[in-house]
Design a protein around this ligand. Structure first.
Ligand SMILES: C[S@@+](CC[C@H](N)C(=O)[O-])C[C@H]1O[C@@H](n2cnc3c(N)ncnc32)[C@H](O)[C@@H]1O
Length: 248
């Protein structure tokens, strides 16, 4: 989970956008027993959408203006837009190809190209900001937190989920940006459970990639059982957290 430059990340996700178009959601997912979910049980991306559902959990989206930073290919935005009745939903991503795929996939939310560290919105525009499994890719996480604080209205909610190195606790950075940290949950076991339950589907899609070098790279990144990302979670080298924060 090393930081890389935004342009190389955008280039990586632009290249990846042509690959495995079946993925509309690009995260490691969430699974619990019982699942207690409003995601249809037979949905191909059930576990990845479960992570969206978990991330917003008891935060009300109905009738509110929502920004998702790093919306990827739009599958999660589309799910929240259809099921949680926000007044408006804007998705931003640094990869123009992901934004194009998101626009093709769903027409409810508005999608824009943009960087997390320099959000192109007026101060106090949104009631809720959502960010899922992306901040470990940012060049400047503190700048991102400050930007989220700026664009949230007072009383607004920040629903924030990501994996990190085991010794990388971002709680102080979040407080420094001005947030009240209402809840911080470690959900690594839920993520591992999701990776294992969703493994067959993902591995089949990765195995269909023509270039064998890329197959290995994608399995490492994609959390396939036995590969790098899965191993790091199982060995507790990396952990996964979900946060509920408020701008006072
Ligand atoms: C692992 S994907 C997660 C996407 C989405 N949240 C989901 O769960 O499907 C990470 C996303 O972060 C985006 N990203 C990386 N760096 C970014 C930055 N600096 N600003 C905005 N988006 C960025 C990538 O283009 C990619 O779409």
């Amino acid at each position: 989970m090393a930081n890389q430059s935004s342009s190389s990340i955008a280039a990586y996700y632009d290249k990846a956008a042509g690959m495995v178009p079946e993925f509309t959601v690009l995260n490691y997912g969430f699974s619990s027993e019982p699942e207690n979910s409003r995601v249809p049980a037979n949905h191909a991306e059930f576990y990845c959408l479960r992570l969206y559902e978990h991330t917003v959990r008891d935060v009300n989206l109905a009738g509110r203006d929502v920004l998702e930073v790093s919306c990827g290919r739009g599958g999660g935005a589309d799910f929240l837009f259809r099921n949680f009745a926000p007044r408006s939903y804007v998705g931003v991503d640094v990869s123009s190809k992901n934004v194009r795929m998101a626009r093709q996939y769903s027409d409810g939310p508005v999608y824009r190209v943009g960087a997390a560290e320099t959000l192109d919105f007026e101060a106090e525009t949104f009631d809720v900001v959502i960010n899922i499994e992306a901040s470990h890719l940012y060049e400047d996480r503190q700048a991102f937190f400050s930007e989220v604080f700026r664009v949230l209205k007072p009383g607004g909610d920040f629903c924030y989920t990501d994996g990190c190195w085991a010794n990388d606790d971002c709680s102080d950075e979040l407080r420094e940006a001005g947030f009240v940290l209402e809840e911080r949950l470690e959900i690594t076991d839920n993520v591992i459970r999701s990776l294992e339950r969703d493994n067959e589907r993902k591995e089949r899609l990765f195995d269909a990639i023509a270039d064998p070098k890329l197959v290995h790279e994608y399995k490492d990144w994609g959390g396939i059982v036995g590969f790098r990302t899965w191993r790091r979670f199982v060995e507790r080298e990396t952990l996964y957290f979900s946060h509920r924060l408020k701008r006072p």
